[in-house]
Design a protein around this ligand. Structure first.
Ligand SMILES: [Zn+2]
Ligand SMILES: [Zn+2]
Length: 264
């Protein structure tokens, strides 16, 4: 069991259809709420329907979404005036920096309840949350996913995966309706990107990934999947390996995208 009361093999989706007998569910919810008093893994409020997953409905409903106009490259939100005043629909940061990634999409900014839900998936072991996040990511990235052949999760270093028990990127990838291919391996443990200033993140992950020999990506359109991106350094490092291995194109989807306001 983990912090969410899920077993390591649990993968029930927060959005899975309710059982036929909603009365039974209602009784189970009432009993669980009284006996265990479970708290929402995102906001900490008491769960009134714990059988529907470890995050409350209010948190799911409060997810901040990116809404068009979006940067054609990174998927970040553009000021609405930019579409009519600038010929290119890419953000200032993407115009400054070349990228190996053809396009990227995320559900929304790494803020509010989306941050809480991603952190509950990642740090509290709430694997079932990948279901609800995956559903929303499919909506946010429908076009991009339609242009991809396979989904490749960003790998964890083996030591980190052993201690966590799962890879949150692989959990998300399995929800996207594409064949999931664990084509990459992390060849060295790297300090968490979130602990580093933006300027050091590219160096931190350079050379940290390699292709698993038995997986061929030649001639395929690959979408790399991760939970959060900030500078894109990890996604770029993965794209480098996949393109060198012959992938036709590499795009990326993440549940959330940290908005670097000082660079926009
Ligand atoms: Zn909540
Ligand atoms: Zn951009």
């Amino acid at each position: 069991m983990n912090g969410c009361g899920e077993t390591r093999s649990a993968s029930r989706s927060a959005t899975s259809p309710p059982p036929r007998d909603s009365i039974v569910r209602g009784i189970a919810d009432a009993l669980l709420a009284v006996l265990l008093a479970p708290a929402c893994a995102s906001c900490g409020a008491s769960l009134t329907s714990p059988t529907r997953g470890p995050v409350c409905r209010a948190c799911w409903d409060a997810i901040p979404y990116f809404v068009p106009p979006l940067c054609a490259r990174c998927g970040g939100q553009l000021p609405s005036w930019r579409v009519i005043s600038v010929s290119s629909s890419t953000c200032a940061r993407c115009r400054r920096r070349p990228s190996l990634l053809s396009e990227c999409r995320a559900i929304g900014p790494y803020e509010g309840s989306l941050r809480g839900i991603v952190q509950a998936l990642k740090y509290q072991g709430c694997r079932s949350l990948a279901g609800g996040l995956g559903l929303r990511l499919r909506d946010a990235a429908e076009d991009l996913l339609g242009r991809a052949d396979i989904a490749v999760p960003v790998p964890l270093h083996s030591a980190r995966q052993r201690s966590r028990g799962f890879n949150q990127a692989a959990e998300l990838a399995s929800q996207l309706g594409l064949p999931v291919v664990a084509a990459l391996v992390r060849t060295r443990a790297t300090p968490s990107q979130t602990d580093l200033p933006a300027a050091r993140r590219h160096a931190n992950v350079r050379g940290a990934f390699a292709l698993r020999r038995r997986h061929a990506v030649r001639g395929l359109r690959v979408v790399v999947v991760d939970d959060v991106t900030t500078t894109g350094a990890t996604l770029e490092a993965c794209a480098r390996v996949l393109i060198d291995a012959g992938a036709t194109s590499v795009s990326a989807v993440t549940a959330a995208r940290a908005v670097i306001r000082r660079l926009e």
